[in-house]
Write a protein that binds this ligand. Structure first.
Ligand code: F6P
Length: 459
């Protein structure tokens, strides 16, 4: 039987008291089911890390093989090139791109170290699945070292349009390196089309059809695989959480006001500053909504060493203070902004209680929070999802109120429309969104990618 080897930058090795969320759970289930190993960074930094062999451990039926990073690698590969250059580039946010050649050099060398440490652990029957923008050179490095096993690569972020890609230092090399894989997966049809366009125009690939490229006399399969959640499980989690003490406390504190809810990592791609501005515009344009609403935004701190994240944090702190000071009243705080993350079940409960899910990233590969918000609703009395049209999820959740995340008036109008929406329209919109996610699962997403990967290699 084939063994699955997942390679990703960060490996969520199970730790007591720490419950991984979202995709980490999916990939772990996939590994437990197919039998396999997860290889990558263990999240630690140590001056000797580059000389230490991978640490191998078993947990919950999965083998984890992890390496550490040196402080310089962490600075240049993770904080630097991956998250200060590639992340904003993939999300088409040029004003956030910071590029240093020495960081690119470390990005290559860390990918080489991933490769060297992975090679001795591979077996002939393995299927290798590499994840995300931290590891763009890895398919080519593995091939250069003689790896013949099927290699799949899935990009969780958007894939940018060709002009944007031109800002990537040596973007052509990344395209050629990726095409050493057998299957390349993207979140949306637009991302897939952007990749095919770039690969054929900039890297010499020939498109055989809309899912097959020929590059250096090899077939490369390309496909769209939108990441899914487990809607039924999440719905059940939300129902259970709704009866918890946490939820009763939140509900009591609202004193009958409508709840607008958002939850994200604190990341420049999430459009948090514009989202707050859209909310402020609601209170200015529709002053009767004062005291009728409370906006609860959870924005867990993330990648705190990246300068653009520090700038965002400062900007938000100023904006939050100003909004509450200018719009608040003695017995009403319009915005509750939390930077501490909450446990997943509690978040599921908040979503169920919310009248509006307010999720407006500037750009997002998928945005699973939007799907979770739909899953968490009471079908008889659902909340309204306001979703950025630039999130991958908007391609499926077309019945949400789709907004331009830069248009503050548009977001204010969408909030007003959601607040005033009839129960019939809320149910209709929710039902259409639910239908688009209800029969899919996260595991199904993983299995469909692997199925095509295994067949692609056979062909
Ligand atoms: O969305 C991309 C992603 O890498 C996710 O896989 C991950 O949950 C998130 O960003 C945060 O990643 P990290 O803390 O490892 O930079």
């Amino acid at each position: 039987m084939k063994r699955l080897v997942i390679v990703s930058n960060r490996v969520p090795v199970p730790k007591e008291g720490l419950r991984p969320g979202g995709l980490a759970v999916v990939l772990k289930d996939l590994l437990a089911r197919k039998g396999g190993m997860w290889f990558g960074w263990n999240g630690t930094c140590h001056p000797d890390a580059a000389h230490l062999p991978p640490e191998i451990q078993q947990a919950e039926g999965v083998e984890y093989a992890t390496i550490g990073l040196t402080p310089a690698e962490h600075r240049n590969y993770y904080t630097g090139f991956s998250n200060s250059t590639l992340w904003p580039l993939m999300h088409s946010l040029p004003e956030h791109i910071h590029f240093e050649r020495r960081e690119l050099a470390t990005y290559w060398s860390v990918n080489e170290r991933f490769c060297e440490n992975l090679l001795p652990l591979l077996r002939a029957e393995d299927v290798i699945w590499i994840h995300d923008y931290h590891l763009l050179p890895l398919p080519a490095l593995l091939r250069r070292h003689g790896v013949r096993q099927p290699i799949g690569f899935f990009l969780h972020t958007p894939f940018p349009a060709p002009d944007m890609l031109a800002t990537a230092p040596d973007g052509g090399t990344f395209l050629r390196d990726l095409m050493k894989a057998d299957l390349l997966g993207f979140q949306t049809a637009d991302d897939t089309a952007n990749f095919i366009f770039a690969a054929t125009r900039k890297a010499g690939a020939i498109a055989e059809d809309d899912s097959t490229l020929t590059f250096e006399r090899r077939r490369v399969h390309v496909g769209t695989f939108p990441v899914e959640i487990d809607p039924q499980t999440f719905a059940q989690t939300a129902v259970t959480a709704a009866g918890s003490a946490d939820l009763r406390r939140l509900s009591g504190s609202l004193a009958g006001r409508k709840l607008i809810f958002g939850v994200d990592r604190m990341d420049p791609t999430k459009g948090l500053d514009h989202r707050l501005a859209g909310y402020e515009r609601l209170l200015e344009t529709y002053p009767r909504r004062e005291r009728q609403v409370t906006f609860l935004q959870i924005a867990a701190e993330s990648r705190t060493d990246v300068p653009s994240y520090q700038v965002l944090r400062n900007k938000l702190e100023h904006q939050i203070g100003k909004l509450n000071a200018h719009k608040g009243q003695a017995d009403w705080t319009p915005l509750r902004f939390l930077t501490r993350g909450s446990p997943r079940p509690t978040v599921a409960g908040y979503m169920r209680l919310a009248d509006i899910g307010y999720i407006t990233p500037l750009r997002d590969g998928m945005n699973l929070v939007a799907k979770e918000f739909i899953a968490a609703q009471d079908p008889e009395n659902p909340g309204v999802l306001i979703l950025s049209r630039l999130a991958g999820a908007a391609k499926q959740l077309e019945a949400a109120l789709l907004v331009n995340p830069l248009d503050h008036d548009g977001m204010a109008d969408a909030l007003e429309r959601a607040l005033a929406m009839s129960p019939e329209e809320r149910r209709e919109r929710w039902q259409a969104c639910w239908n688009s996610i209800a029969n899919r699962t996260a595991l199904g997403w993983g299995l469909s990618f692997l199925n095509i990967l295994e067949n692609a290699k056979r062909r």
